[in-house]
Design a protein around this ligand. Sequence first.
Ligand code: NAD
Ligand code: UDX
Length: 448
Amino acid sequence: MKICCIGAGYVGGPTMAMIAEKCHDIDVAVVDLNEQRIAAWNSPNLPIYEPGLQEIVEERRDKNLFFSTEVKKYIKDADVIFISVGTPTKSYGIGAGQAAELGYVEGCARMIAEVCEGPKIVIEKSTVPVRTAEVIQNVFDGYEKGDLFEILSNPEFLAEGTAISDLENPDRVLIGGDSTTEAGKKALETVVGIYNNWVPRENIITTNVWSSELSKLVANAFLAQRVSSINAISAVCEASGADVDEVANAIGKDSRIGPKFLKSSVGFGGSCFQKDILNLVYLCEHFGLADVAEYWRQVIKINEYQRKRFTRKVIHSLYNTLQGKRIAVLGFAFKKDTDDTRESAAIYICRDLVEEGADIVVYDPQVDAEEIKGLTSEKVEVASSAAEAVAGAHAVLVLTEWDEFKELDYAALYASMVKPAHIFDGRNILDLAELEKIGFNAFGIGKA
Ligand code: NAD
Ligand code: UDX
């Protein structure tokens, strides 16, 4: 079997590397129009940082895993084609700021229709609005090749930073297809067969295409909703003297609630949560479900509120002026163990602090200095260690939960700072009582 995946990004690269790793008899080609990205996949410096990825890519590359810009050639040769291109929030025209930009997906559909002459299975791996398979089918029909293709949905649930373990042991694999026709059933079986090389059959769910497309948006909306819910409660904790970690622990022990995704933070980031909720909100509005749309929109509003609340607390604690004050920001990625900064809370917080006149210096173990400046301001300094960032600062802000921030010598950092020294733990990973003992004015999220 030959697989071609269009899009060599955070999803296409790791998912296809895992298929190649687990199925040595399948040839897997990952293609992309971005020459730099493909060159990086073929080099010792992969274009994304993801624990465990490098080893798998190095083991399978040029055996049964190929990265190429020859998009059309590999599409034409493949039996199974995954579409794993971006579906960002549309920035113009009807639906701007909410709807998904489907231009890249449509572009792939057109390319597939143009070059393919024999039957293929085409799989939506990208996160798409419900009924996108219909759009793809329309494009194929327009080329009078509608009968050549079976269109399936197979959304990806991996989280960045844990992509390899998520792919190796997924909670479930979801495959949507048309089980009412013989061709549809056969296509479903083929895709189930690929994953069944390492995923137990009972963890592979098959549904109709629309349920599969919608489930992806709903999964992200539910996960983000939990984070916004606990973040909303963090404000109540600060006002009432309760401790949000204690509340999360207490409610999470209820097996109906469960312990995951209850970590209060400075706000969720990442390329998916906001985009996918906006996409769901847009769909609800499209279907005339204004109240449902408003319900989900609140998840994003609380996230914005949480970021602003944090910034306000910093300003207020530093005597309502940041002019000329040096503020060390530890962590810029949207979560630990990734170099991805898309929608990171740190972007918004740094911008607001720059606006207030603060001198910001950022340290992140993985994010590129130019990227940090590009996303915030040329005035922002980038340090190469936490100690360098913190020396001479009035305040430290922990914005990403990198493990190394738990192990820092806070007494030494305190000694190098301007007094009174403040620390704001936007991830609740530090022991505030210990920091207070050292001499810091220490603040967490949802801690009175
Ligand atoms: P990405 O931006 O990292 O990668 C997409 C790639 O597609 C880019 O390299 C781009 O050059 C390429 N591309 C676009 N049009 C092309 C074309 N016509 N031909 C060839 N290449 C083309 O995006 P990503 O983070 O991998 O996300 C891809 C999809 O997966 C999105 O729909 C996203 O919502 C979804 N998703 C992402 C995650 C995540 O953690 N990042 C998790 C689950 C699902
Ligand atoms: C998410 C989904 O988890 C994944 O299933 C989907 O495929 C893609 O979107 P990702 O964005 O990579 O994955 O990371 P995730 O671990 O979900 O974290 C998203 C954001 O929420 C991060 O900024 C994280 O720090 C934050 N978060 C998460 C919290 O603030 N508290 C939590 O308890 C969990």
